[in-house]
Design a protein around this ligand. Structure first.
Ligand SMILES: [Zn+2]
Length: 113
């Protein structure tokens, strides 16, 4: 699974938290069979919510753009399709806002949002 946060690869200690891109913290969780790095358990919880809401089980890639305050736009790809949506989390990483959206996509670059 390839995880991109605001245009940068994430999901390992070196590359940063799979949800917010932060490189501090030391929390790991296995998601869809892969061990991903998160800065904290709340980011892991939020990430799992993104996976759940995508409705895709065999995920190839997840692109996340945004932050805690503005909410996040996510494009989850796998199983030959893509699910794109806006999601915002509450303080305890529960989903407080969710809507499916179609985002214009450009090949290869993450600047289209
Ligand atoms: Zn984080």
């Amino acid at each position: 699974m390839k995880v991109t946060v605001n245009g940068k690869v994430a999901g390992s200690k070196e590359s940063g938290c799979a949800l917010c891109g932060a490189t501090w913290g030391n929390y790991y969780d296995v998601i869809c069979g892969e061990r991903l790095f998160f800065c904290c358990d709340l980011c892991a919880k939020g990430f799992k919510n993104i996976v759940d809401r995508s409705g895709i089980e065999n995920i190839n890639s997840i692109e996340i753009k945004g932050n805690y305050y503005s909410g996040r736009r996510c494009v989850v790809s796998g199983e030959g399709r893509a699910s794109s949506f806006f999601i915002r989390f509450s303080d305890d990483a529960e989903v407080s806002e969710f809507r499916e959206e179609q985002f214009p996509r450009k090949q290869g670059h993450g600047q289209s949002l």
